[in-house]
Design a protein around this ligand. Structure first.
Ligand code: GSH
Length: 323
């Protein structure tokens, strides 16, 4: 199955808070975000750009149309794709830690720049965090920086949990949302629920362990993966956390995260989840990328009924890893 009519006829643009943010970023800019308003992978990039106060042009496209111009930028045919103005190299690229390019790549007056594509939401986020590293202009780094062995370890730990989210939580989300027993009875809705809850709990237990580590050092506990510091680990998970309501809407019995006081032996874990989730909903860089709830309900119906031909949908159906 390839992208089909249900994918190609989705609502074509942002609504709600996201529409205001997109409207404020229509002017031509050197940095271009090719986006789909509904896409959680795009949302990772969008949050990163907002969080770091990077100037960009928002360009809405429907990635299921596979326009040749878009495929030239990203042969995988996926959003997010970022168009980045890259200067012509003066000498060969080096790997010894010294930069050949001393000026800012985002200078629109330079004529010798080419628009180069970057894709894959985590690669994009790491690029933006690394390139826009001036903390005065762009705020704290989203991954721990520094050359010392502690910083290297902490970066690796962040990447480990980014991997947990991408390879465990995100696939479990789609397997649950696409669960359609008439089409596939190889797993039950309870299997799908158990897997999503299990992987979410593993992540949240890690938040608790990190809190305890920080408390021992006399540092503030949460709310984020890096304590008081909002991070790329949080950004990696947020779009799916904000889409859990779709499972509540479409799937009998819903996600199944217990209400406060009903968590039994997991009460502490789910309490920590709620603390994190409440902070997510207060974060401007996040909430300004959200469209109207009713539009997500509409656009995800093709997943809930297992009718989408998207690459994510096909991978979920075929038990393969995410695109
Ligand atoms: N691994 C990619 C996944 C991106 C992705 O799957 N984007 C979807 C929209 S949510 C897309 O462009 N789908 C087009 C298709 O399935 O043909 C990333 O992290 O950026």
């Amino acid at each position: 199955m390839a992208p089909n009519e249900v994918d190609r006829t989705i609502h074509p643009h942002t609504t709600g808070a996201a529409a205001d943010t997109a409207a404020a970023h229509q002017a031509e800019k050197p940095l271009k975000l090719y986006a789909g308003w509904f896409c959680p992978f795009v949302q990772r990039t969008w949050i990163t750009l907002n969080e770091k106060k990077i100037d960009y042009q928002y360009i809405e496209i429907n990635p299921y149309h596979k326009d040749p111009e878009f495929l030239k930028l990203n042969p995988r045919g996926l959003v997010p794709t970022l168009g980045v103005p890259v200067p012509a190299p003066t000498t060969s690229v080096n790997t010894n830690g010294n930069s050949n390019d001393t000026d800012t790549m985002n200078n629109p007056t330079k004529k010798d720049r080419k628009l180069k594509p970057i894709y894959e939401s985590i690669v994009i986020a790491e690029y933006l965090d690394e390139h826009y590293s001036d903390t005065t202009a762009h705020g704290p780094r989203l991954l721990p920086s520094g050359d010392d062995s502690l910083a290297a370890y902490e970066r690796a730990r962040c990447r480990l949990w980014i991997d947990h989210i991408s390879s465990r939580i995100v696939p479990a989300f789609y397997r649950f949302l696409q669960h359609t027993p008439e089409k596939d009875d190889s797993y039950t809705i309870q299997d799908a629920r158990d897997e999503l809850l299990k992987q979410t709990k593993v992540f949240t237990q890690q938040l608790l362990e990190l809190d305890a580590e920080r408390e021992e050092l006399g540092l503030a506990a949460g709310p984020w993966f890096l304590g008081e510091q909002f991070s790329l680990v949080d950004i990696t998970l947020i779009p799916w956390a904000l889409r859990l309501f779709l499972i509540d809407h479409y799937k009998p019995g819903g996600v199944g995260i217990p209400e406060k006081g009903n968590g039994g032996e997991d009460e502490e874990v789910w309490g920590r989840w709620r603390t994190w989730y409440e902070k997510v909903q207060e974060r401007d860089s996040v909430m300004c990328t959200m469209s109207e709830r009713s539009k997500y309900i509409e656009v995800y119906q093709r997943y809930a009924e297992d009718k989408t031909g998207s690459q994510v949908g096909q991978a979920t159906r075929g038990g393969r890893s995410m695109p």
